[in-house]
Write a protein that binds this ligand. Sequence first.
Ligand code: SAM
Length: 280
Amino acid sequence: MTADALEALPPLRDVIARNGLSARRALGQNFLLDLNLTRRIARAGGPLAGSHVLEIGPGPGGLTRALLLEGAAHVTAVERDARALPALEEIAASAPGRLTIVEGDALEVDGAAFAGDKPLRIVANLPYNVATPLLTRWLSAEPWPPWWASATIMLQQEVAERIVAAPGSKAYGRLSVLAQWRTHAALLFKVPPRAFTPPPKVTSAVVRFEPRGDAAKLPVAALEAVTAAAFGQRRKMLRSSLKSLWPDPEPVLAEAGLAPTLRAEQLPVEAFLRLAAILK
Ligand code: SAM
């Protein structure tokens, strides 16, 4: 029985000690050793029964075990640190045919290549140094809806708050607009530093993204250009900050139904989409 074999695996603390997996800051290594917490994250990423999961950065495999125990049909786990491979092989042996380990840099791996005919769920406790570039890539996928059916990821609370920020708040910016254009994004729960080994300096949060089927069809590059210009000078009025895109932004703003005196952080997501549609 897979579940029994997975339950019988040695405690993660022992696995880490045995494999000399001392945490490396450069690899964003803050491990979760509490199986109650990893199972909670796995459940948040579900429903997992019958689903295929892509995990980035499994490390010693706490979340990987949880994903398998919570019923994922198959997990593909991409890990850069070769020291973690023996621990992951041990999990693979306890769940025959259900875990594929890919040694490599997630930034160089094409996630879409792991999506077969079944929707893929991304579930990960992301290394913080690559969290934003990876997320931006997943949110910028073409065609849309993308190759992933949901993404449930742990990242710094500060990044999580930027993702779900509403117009008018300090955290509202380029990432909020990109994420809210293409997904329903929700901050599910926060995780304190003490839950990790070693504890990071900041609080973390689990965010779940579900691709919106009704996301306006626009080139990502057009939206990125508009939000980069507008938020690049966020204290300036749009009639001035958008000059890098249009020599005279005022007629464009009028066409989009926007007052030229507005500032980037006052615009709802739909207003950025209207400007991007004009730019395109
Ligand atoms: N999933 C494990 C857990 O929850 O305990 C480990 C999470 S730890 C925050 C991040 C993991 O990502 C580490 O195992 C680290 O080696 C791995 N990692 C760091 N950079 C990576 C990259 N570019 N590609 C793939 N894995 C990476």
